[in-house]
Design a protein around this ligand. Structure first.
Ligand SMILES: NC(=O)c1ccc[n+]([C@@H]2O[C@H](COP(=O)([O-])OP(=O)(O)OC[C@H]3O[C@@H](n4cnc5c(N)ncnc54)[C@H](OP(=O)(O)O)[C@@H]3O)[C@@H](O)[C@H]2O)c1
Length: 305
């Protein structure tokens, strides 16, 4: 048996094709002997460490457990579309809760790292506007948050050694289903968009988030930790920052409020996470939005070259 920070430890990453998962896949590749699990086979990947299937199906997870024996699992698989979870709660339950229970059941020997969300909390206004720490009481406002909380509780009930990492508002340029890409692509096409002024959080790039998750896992952290960016910002200001930083026309962005654009799921207007415990534990500051933009700009330039 290898220890968790041993470079030869076997690690299963689920949701490897997702916004966060694709960054984690690169992040764990240096430090671990990794197995990558996808819901659908990536078209351009012939790698031998790739596994495909539906984690909400117990038979498929049982079969996976016969093929691999990970010492650590990072579960980044999720049904993460907050509005779709509200419309299709049975799918949310299957992916966000049942899949976690399947992994816990069929890989009882593995340290389980559950990626979770700030949506396990309600509006910070109720607590005098300070963002929640890992010890604050949870109170989800939507189905997605409720199911993610059930998954956290299952992970922590299975073993005190398990780790829950709550993250919030991930941004990246490599995936289409992302606020950064929506703003960037719309403005490139000179399309008018709006940003909500009453949706506040502390965004972090998926790259930086993955980097900090790997550090927590390497250090053998257990319990509940928060990861988010340095700055709290609303979606309107965030969209304007994207425009300014990538030389796009910020005049195309107008401001709006949630009551003007109703959506199926309720969301806290003041969301995000207090990450000071993680900063102290790792001895590292949370990155700024600018740090994330620098990385994205560099990758875009490398792609163009
Ligand atoms: N993105 C954010 O801003 C944000 C904010 C807070 C918390 N989080 C949390 O961060 C984690 C990663 O989220 P993300 O944004 O990377 O989500 P994502 O892009 O939707 O990725 C989730 C992955 O899970 C896979 N998946 C879905 N159903 C599955 C199933 N039945 N079996 C196996 N795999 C399945 C998906 O594959 P297919 O796409 O092929 O179905 C997808 O690749 C989640 O725990 C989420 O709750 C994200």
């Amino acid at each position: 048996m290898h220890s968790q920070n041993d470079s030869h430890a076997r690690l299963l990453l689920t949701g490897a094709g997702g916004v966060l998962g694709q960054r984690l896949a690169t992040g764990v590749s240096d430090s671990y002997h990794s197995f990558l699990h996808y819901h659908h086979r990536p078209t351009d990947d012939e790698a031998t460490n790739v596994y495909v299937g539906d984690l909400s199906n117990p038979e498929q997870v049982k079969s996976l457990a016969k093929q691999i024996d990970p010492e650590i699992i990072i579960n980044s698989a999720a049904y993460a579309d907050v509005d779709r979870c509200e419309i299709e709660p049975e799918i949310s339950k299957r992916v966000n809760v049942d899949a976690v229970n399947n992994l816990l059941q069929f890989f009882p020997q593995a340290k389980f790292v559950q990626i979770s969300t700030d949506y396990v909390f309600d509006d910070h206004d109720r607590r005098g506007s300070s963002p929640p720490t890992p010890d604050d009481p949870t109170h989800p406002m939507n189905i997605y948050g409720k199911h993610k909380l059930e998954a956290e509780q299952a992970a922590m009930a299975a073993s005190n050694d398990n780790l829950v990492i709550r993250v919030n508002t991930l941004f990246d340029h490599t995936v289409e289903r992302n606020f950064f890409r929506f703003v960037y692509d719309s403005l490139m096409r000179k399309k008018k968009i709006f940003g909500l002024t009453d949706q506040i959080s502390n965004p972090i790039s998926a790259f930086d988030c993955a980097r900090l998750i790997v550090k927590l896992v390497e250090k053998g952290a257990s319990g509940i930790f928060h990861i988010g960016g340095k700055e709290f910002i609303n979606r309107y200001e965030f969209a304007k920052q994207i425009a300014r930083s990538f030389d796009l026309d910020e005049a195309l962005i107008s401001s709006a409020t949630s009551d003007q654009h109703s959506r199926p799921a309720r969301r806290p207007s003041y969301a995000g996470l207090d990450c000071r415990i993680t900063e102290e534990y790792l001895g590292l500051p949370m990155p700024s939005i600018g740090d994330g933009f620098s990385r994205i700009r560099k990758e875009m330039e490398e792609k163009r070259a």
